[in-house]
Design a protein around this ligand. Structure first.
Ligand code: PMP
Length: 354
């Protein structure tokens, strides 16, 4: 920290993003990206010359065309939609806007939540996990704080039903229940249908995973019109142009070929089931996953050792040092070929190569 930095940030412990190796020789199963490329319409949209010539102008701060396309896809009004530069941005805005009474989230969840709480000087309660790293909705009911739940959760992959989340929202209508649906397209149940009856439910989505657009940075939120207007206020007080023209065009085109992406999600789920069975056959304990990753551990090899040995073999998975989960690795579901290579490597490493 330089002597110029505001002292209030001296204790801030920033988020550590998953590795993005500069060489491409790794089988990359560490940051939950899609193994499939963007669809042809999406690629055409970002390489279009007319589009490129528009870069001279600022992007539309209202992102009207993108919101219209999202509204049609998700069966809501444009006024129910907020768009931003990735969903991390939205999470930060939501902590800023709705965290005055403190926040509550599971002890094992997305590592950015505690960082956003610290950054915004918000008191955070970490709720211990139940058996098998499960979440009990009753722990979150009536806390008097903003609740933040990744659903499906990361890095466990476990999902709650929309009904369970509704019970949390109804128990404390004066506080926002933020449902981070980054992985919902891989088998979770969306809470978008709750927003009409429960104005405190705010759903946050990303096109980084199911829509192969991690590098484009496109996140959006769906919620009650007044809640969305609050987020707009924060956005217009920081960077009104935070969705650039190229990303906006990519998002609109992706929505026009949604079937392509839904088919990719189906393939990922199929590959996930295959990988889960293979890991279990090798003696791994695997948490039931509704997402595009598996959280698994084995008594035959330590979590860190497996991570390191796979890395030597040019396979990257995600390991967390937190003692509660350090025996696990989070393995993104890639293509069938990539997962076959993973399973072969794991089998070899734990000496079950027959
Ligand atoms: N929420 C969760 C649970 C995530 O795992 C991620 C990805 N790291 C994000 C939000 C952020 O996604 P993005 O900023 O790429 O939209």
């Amino acid at each position: 920290m330089s002597r110029f930095m505001n002292e209030k940030y001296s204790g801030l412990k920033e988020y550590t993003p998953g590795e993005q190796p500069k060489d491409t020789v790794y089988i990359k199963l560490n940051t939950n990206e899609s193994p499939y490329p963007p669809g042809p319409k999406t690629i055409a949209a970002v390489t279009d010359e007319v589009m490129a010539s528009r870069l001279r102008l600022y992007s539309d701060p209202e992102s009207a065309a993108l919101k219209k396309a999202l509204a049609e896809r998700y069966g809501v009004k444009s006024s129910n939609i907020f768009v931003s530069n990735g969903s991390d941005d939205i999470l930060n805005f939501a902590f800023m806007a709705f965290g005055a009474d403190g926040v509550m989230f599971p002890e094992i969840s997305y590592g950015f939540y505690p960082v956003f709480a610290d950054l915004n000087m918000i008191d955070a309660v970490n709720v211990p996990m139940k058996e098998g790293l499960a979440i009990d909705p009753a722990d979150y009911a009536g806390s008097g704080r903003m609740i933040v739940l990744a659903n499906p959760n990361a890095p466990t992959g476990r999902a709650l039903s929309a009904k369970e989340i509704e019970s949390i929202a109804k128990a404390d209508p004066s506080h926002i229940v933020l449902v981070d649906e980054a992985y919902v397209d891989f088998g979770g149940e969306s809470c978008i249908g709750l927003i009409d009856e429960n104005p405190n439910v705010l759903v946050v989505r990303t096109y980084s995973k199911s829509r192969s657009l991690a590098g484009a940075r496109l996140g959006f939120a769906i919620g009650n019109g007044d809640v969305i207007a609050d987020l707009e206020k924060i956005k217009y007080s920081t960077n009104p142009y935070n969705v650039n023209s190229i990303t906006s065009a990519a998002g609109i085109a992706a929505l026009a070929e949604d079937d392509y992406y839904m088919e990719n999600c189906r393939k990922v789920m199929e590959t996930r089931e295959w990988t889960e069975i293979e890991l279990k056959n090798l003696g791994f304990e695997v948490i039931p996953s509704s997402s595009n990753f598996l959280f698994a551990k084995s008594e035959k090899i330590g979590g860190k050792a497996l991570y390191e040995k796979l890395r030597e073999r040019r396979i990257l998975v995600r390991h967390f040092d937190n003692p509660l989960i350090c025996e696990y690795n989070r393995i993104t579901v890639g293509t069938p070929e990539e997962m076959t290579a993973l399973i072969d490597a794991v089998r070899d490493l734990i000496g079950e190569n027959v």
